[in-house]
Design a protein around this ligand. Structure first.
Ligand code: ZN
Length: 415
């Protein structure tokens, strides 16, 4: 709540990356990290890291993190709950005098939300070696380069290669679900199976403009008829693909545009943009092919041309590590908490971390599944339950030999 109160006063809860308020939030967070016995520094990619060493100098780090930036008029839990959980976990270990074998790092990843540079997950891209020289040239509306903004928050674009980590044993992120499933089912913990891949398609139909009053209904070439057909089709196909039981699939037409856009004009062109998300690449590829075919036949049925069929962006799904999923599931069970596997329909820093280390996520219920709004809310006991699961999971990973459970000698083999 204290971190949430560091907000633009007339637009709660807003603390955008690279703003003076963001710096104030981080200063406060770094103090809390140090109180919890962590040494703090900012890495070359601008991530705030609090670290405590482990007993075995040769072991890789266990990392727990999320993000402290918000969307405009966002909530107090998206991102922040995960950092608060990491700090609470470090504090509990310090209070109990528990020294882990592995180093523990609590991380506030820089700029997870889309920002004025038009790039999300800046810090987790950096840690994963996915922040490119091209990205650093991205310019804000104030004509500042991302590289310059990175320096302002304590990063070092010249040393970006050093930010890429190869020494992470396991990465965990606690996050509010941002959806309604856990609350509706009365389940305490979501064990994230995958972070969806997101593909955006743009389709344009070209027809013939005409007078809305004098052109008879037959013989019209109205491209919006084809676009409208596709809106309904996208919904039906998404429902059918999700029903296959091969993983999360959703698709949305979020943009529909008819030109020239007069109430008494038959449109000459119509454009739709589709956002499709899936944890299974095969479902996405099937959707893409079907979308291509259906939009051609919709055009033919409406006597219009299908013009552009473009893939605006295409990100692969990121799988959460199977061993860490099991660790989280067992940790919840050990604490007497219910859990279920689920995909994340939203993007997260762990999607990038999964490229360099075993990564996993703990979801907790939030009120009515609402997020990216000041009404976003998670009960204190829900955050506490998630934090206890995270602590248990960290302790379990810490007790495993390097390389995870697979490297453990089966108990029966020990004489
Ligand atoms: Zn978030």
């Amino acid at each position: 709540m204290t971190l949430g109160a560091i907000t633009e006063p007339d637009r709660p809860y807003t603390r955008r990356a690279f703003s003076p308020l963001f710096d104030r939030g981080r200063t406060w967070l770094a103090e809390r990290m140090r109180e919890a016995g962590l040494r703090t520094h900012i890495d070359a990619a601008g991530n705030l890291i609090g670290r405590r060493d482990g007993k075995c100098a040769s072991l890789k780090s266990i990392l727990v993190g999320s993000h402290s930036d918000s969307v405009p008029s966002g909530g107090r839990f998206d991102g922040m709950a995960g950092i608060a959980a990491g700090i609470a976990l470090a504090r509990a270990l310090a209070a109990a005098g528990v020294e882990l074998r592995h180093p523990l790092e609590v991380v506030d990843f820089l700029a997870e939300e889309p920002n004025e540079f038009g790039l999300s997950c800046v810090g987790s891209r950096g840690i994963s070696g996915c922040l490119t020289a091209e990205h650093l040239e991205f310019v804000s509306p104030k004509k500042e380069k991302l590289a310059e903004a990175l320096i302002r928050v304590g990063g070092d674009p010249a040393q970006l290669a050093a930010a890429r980590r190869g020494d992470i044993e396991a990465a965990f992120e606690l996050h509010i679900e941002q959806g309604p499933v856990l609350e509706a089912e009365g389940i305490a913990i979501g064990v994230v199976t995958a972070i969806v891949g997101i593909t955006r398609f743009e389709i344009e139909f070209q027809g013939r403009a005409g007078h809305a009053g004098t052109t008879p209904m037959h013989g019209r070439r109205d491209p919006l008829i084809a676009a409208a057909h596709m809106v309904g089709w996208v919904r039906e196909r998404a429902v059918a693909l999700a029903a296959r039981g091969r993983g999360h699939f959703v698709a949305t037409v979020g943009i529909i545009e008819a030109l020239p856009g007069g109430s008494n004009v038959i449109p000459r062109s119509a454009r739709i943009v589709i956002d499709a998300r899936s944890e299974a690449r095969s479902l996405m590829e099937e959707f893409r092919d079907a979308l291509d075919e259906e939009s051609r036949s919709a055009a033919a049925a409406a006597s219009v041309e299908r013009g552009k069929f473009a893939i605006l962006s295409d990100n692969l799904p990121a799988m959460c590590d199977a061993r860490l999923q099991k660790v989280i599931e067992e940790s919840a069970a050990r604490l007497g908490l219910t859990s279920r596997p689920m995909a994340s329909g939203a993007g997260h820093d762990m999607a990038f971390l999964s490229q360099i280390a075993p990564a996993a996520m703990v979801f907790i219920p939030c009120k009515e599944g609402r997020s990216h709004t000041p009404d976003e809310w998670a009960r204190a006991d829900a955050v506490a339950d998630g934090t206890r699961v995270l602590l248990e999971a960290v302790l379990r990973v810490d007790a495993e030999p390097p390389g995870g459970a697979k490297a453990r000698v089966p108990q029966g083999a020990v004489s």
